[in-house]
Design a protein around this ligand. Structure first.
Ligand code: SF4
Length: 213
């Protein structure tokens, strides 16, 4: 069990799964960068958080819920938690808003599962599933919190703590992921991965600028 002071931002998990360097830049070095994708995501989150509570077709909808787990060592906010009636119980159903479309990796699912694990610990109730709403495609993807996803989420939370405790920002691993990365300007992957010398990197920038002008 982690202590209050050890809790890390739950949102860091998706960054870690995407790229450990991105995660370290954001959560260890506290450098933040917005690109079009993240700015759009923030706008969608603001919209999702506009009305705190409503009841629709018998479902209680709570927005912007503060969540935490001492077992995972995570703290954060849930965009929306729907409470569905099942017999005498209300079963929480977390819903996360994303600006883009469904991804091939588990980054969004892990973040949602971490929210569910926090809610389970706080409310002492099992949460079997949740959903991710994608703004670009306007579809809602149901996510089952099976054992494999739970295990992946728990292991990632441990890796997140290990990364922060190490105090070491990993070197860049330049890949196609870098093209859509909001940290590219801060990270300088071609330079910091060692694939290009500082001299060649600066020369390529000068050439690019001359071509644009
Ligand atoms: S630019 Fe590439 S290496 Fe750098 S943080 Fe982003 S994904 Fe990671």
């Amino acid at each position: 069990m982690y202590l209050e002071d050890d809790l890390l931002q739950l949102s860091g998990l998706q960054h870690l799964l995407y790229c450990s360097r991105q995660c370290a830049l954001a959560y260890m070095e506290l450098q933040w960068a917005d690109n079009f994708f993240t700015a759009k995501g923030i706008l969608m989150h603001d919209k999702a958080h506009s009305d705190k509570r409503e009841v629709k077709n018998g479902v209680v909808i709570e927005r912007d819920i503060y969540i935490k787990s001492y077992a995972l060592g995570l703290v954060g906010k849930s965009d929306i938690v729907e409470f569905h009636k099942s017999g005498a119980q209300l079963i929480p159903f977390p819903v996360e808003y994303k600006s883009g479309k469904a991804k091939n990796d588990n980054t969004d699912k892990v973040q949602l599962c971490a929210q569910a694990l926090c809610l389970e610990e706080m409310l002492k109730i099992e949460i079997p599933s949740g959903a991710i709403f994608y703004g670009k495609t306007k579809n809602r993807l149901n996510v089952e919190f099976d054992n494999a996803l739970r295990e992946e989420t728990i292991n990632l939370a441990k890796d997140f703590h290990n990364l922060i405790e190490s105090g070491i920002t990993p070197k860049a691993q330049a890949s196609t992921k870098c093209n859509n990365c909001s940290f590219k300007e801060l990270c300088l992957p071609e330079l910091t991965s060692g694939k290009k010398s500082a001299k060649k990197y600066l020369q390529s920038i000068v050439t690019e600028n001359n071509t644009e002008n």
